[in-house]
Design a protein around this ligand. Structure first.
Ligand code: FAD
Ligand code: MLT
Ligand code: ZN
Length: 466
């Protein structure tokens, strides 16, 4: 491998090649410390040309590439697997953010740009990029696009796919495909960028993107409410949709158990009396006058007996404190030791029966395991996580298949927003009909015949041609 590493050193320079084990270590383990694997080196290219040269060299030497952004992914997609020679290719040095066009409402960024930074730049010219995640201080645009991330505002604005107007990508042989067009409308033939959105680095490396921006919503009204059961939560969603639907930006669900974890593990205080569920509701607009509409809607909700208790933020600071409760759920869960993440979506009308079945079967299978349920109710996406603690209890190994089987019965998805990575690939293969699997493998074969782009993630590994 010396000629390979010498070649990389030549094309990337000293800042672009890391082989020191201590410096490599953070790149070889995922955020949850669930996966880790070896790599020959961590590559840190500083430009698209350098990405292209490094990918070409990897292809010549048969070395697989694991693309990595902020390494906040929750499916082990950015962690090497030790299945043959691999390098991690980090986009951390490619962070440039262009000047936004506030009237065309677009901005061009390099793939390593941090989501939060891009949002700040957009806000600086009165626009917004409404992709919101608790990990936005570390997640990169390349990672967000490659996972087709969702987050807290999907019910109003859609997922990452809805913001990627144009992409520049480096293909598995090192060719650069430049599709950095700032166009909202472009039906001139096959729109290849969609292959790269949500495919978790399995087809190539995203090096830059043109992102769609939206008008800034300068006024927001945020409430935390408690309800006694899920049907009440869903009826409340309907009430908001009826009354102030187009301003509804978030409708987030937090179970009483999840709220307790945030309080005990992160030291935050919930100002609302317990129900079985809490809802974090945000309405936002570029026009003032929302508070009145929010108050009237809440009055109707209390009047209809849908809400048990609640508080309406009286200031931006209070709004942020309410949001902190929701945004700390993942952190609180990670402080409880090991957990199983089930990132599911399903029709709202099937949610209550699904959760009842999960509870009943979990009690039989692994009574010592604890459910931590929360998520994006407004988009039908629940995080049905199961806390195992430091030592997995008896029955833990059957939990994921049990949850996923119930999801399949309910006509849902086993990955609403986090992707398959290496975490869910086997489950996806188990539950996906052959036609769907063959289609994915067929496209992978056509684009990456030697299976060198993030093998074992998102798409099953196939035997490359001899
Ligand atoms: P990484 O973790 O580095 O990579 C993720 C995947 O994308 C990997 O398969 C990797 O190989 C690939 N990849 C990364 N960059 C590129 C590139 N330039 N080209 C090609 N492939 C690439 N996700 C949600 O959807 N919604 C949430 O609400 C949410 N909340 C979260 C909260 C917390 C506290 C944490 C830790 C994570 C959360 N996530 C959420 C998951 C995660 O933040 C997102 O998946 C995010 O999009 C990953 O970005 P990243 O830059 O960290 O990507
Ligand atoms: C979130 O919505 O906070 C994350 O996507 C969920 C998780 O940690 O499972
Ligand atoms: Zn989520």
């Amino acid at each position: 491998m010396k000629p390979f590493l010498d070649g990389l050193s030549q094309c990337l320079g000293p800042a672009g090649l890391v082989t020191d084990p201590a410096e490599m270590a953070p790149h070889l383990t995922d955020w949850r410390r669930m996966f880790s694997g070896p790599a020959l080196a961590v590559l840190r290219p500083g430009s698209t040309d350098q990405v292209s040269a490094a990918v070409r060299l990897c292809a010549q030497h048969g070395v697989a590439i694991v693309p990595q952004g902020g390494n906040t992914g929750l499916a082990g997609g950015a962690t090497p697997m030790g299945t043959g020679p691999q390098v991690v290719l980090s986009l951390a040095r490619m962070t440039a953010i262009g000047t936004p066009d506030p009237i065309g409402m677009v901005v061009e960024v390099q793939a390593g740009a941090i989501l939060q930074r891009v949002k700040e730049v957009a806000a600086g010219c009165g626009r917004q990029l409404p992709i919101s995640l608790a990990a936005e201080g570390s997640a990169t645009i390349g990672g967000v696009i490659s996972t087709n991330a969702g987050g807290l505002n999907v019910l109003r604005y859609g997922m990452a796919r809805d913001f990627a107007l144009g992409l520049e990508v480096v293909l598995p042989d090192g060719t650069v495909a430049n599709g950095l067009k700032p166009l909202r409308k472009d039906n001139a033939g096959f729109d290849w960028k969609h292959l790269f959105i949500g495919s978790e680095g399995a087809f190539g490396i995203v090096t830059a993107a043109v992102l769609r921006l939206t008008p800034a919503t300068r006024h927001r009204s945020v409430a935390l409410l408690s309800v006694q059961d899920l049907p009440a939560a869903i009826r409340l969603l309907g009430l908001f949709q009826d009354r102030i639907g187009e301003t509804l930006s978030a409708f987030e669900l937090i179970s009483a158990e999840a709220m307790r974890l945030v309080e005990t593990r992160c030291g935050l205080a919930c100002p609302v009396a317990d129900g079985a569920w809490f809802l974090l509701v945000e309405v936002a607009s570029s026009l003032d006058g929302l508070a009145g509409a929010m108050e009237a809607t809440l009055e109707a909700a209390f009047g209809a007996g849908l809400v048990q208790d609640g508080t309406l933020a009286a200031s931006e600071q209070q709004a942020q404190s309410l949001w902190a409760l929701r945004e700390h759920v993942t952190e609180a869960e990670s402080r409880c030791g090991k957990s199983l993440k089930h990132d599911v979506s399903l029709p709202l009308r099937r949610m209550e029966a699904f959760l009842d079945s999960v509870r009943a079967r979990l009690a039989e299978l692994a009574p010592a395991a604890r459910l931590n349920i929360f998520g994006h109710l407004g988009d039908g996406n629940l995080h049905v996580n199961v806390i195992l603690g430091e030592t997995p209890p008896a029955g833990a190994s059957g939990i994921t298949a049990m949850v996923h089987d119930l999801i399949a019965e309910a006509g849902g998805s086993i990955s609403a927003e986090h992707g398959l990575g290496q975490y869910r690939l086997d489950e996806w293969c188990r539950l996906t009909p052959r036609t769907g699997r063959d289609l994915a493998i067929g496209i992978k074969r056509a684009i990456d015949p030697n299976c060198l782009m993030n093998p074992g993630k998102a798409i099953p590994v196939f035997s490359p041609p001899k």
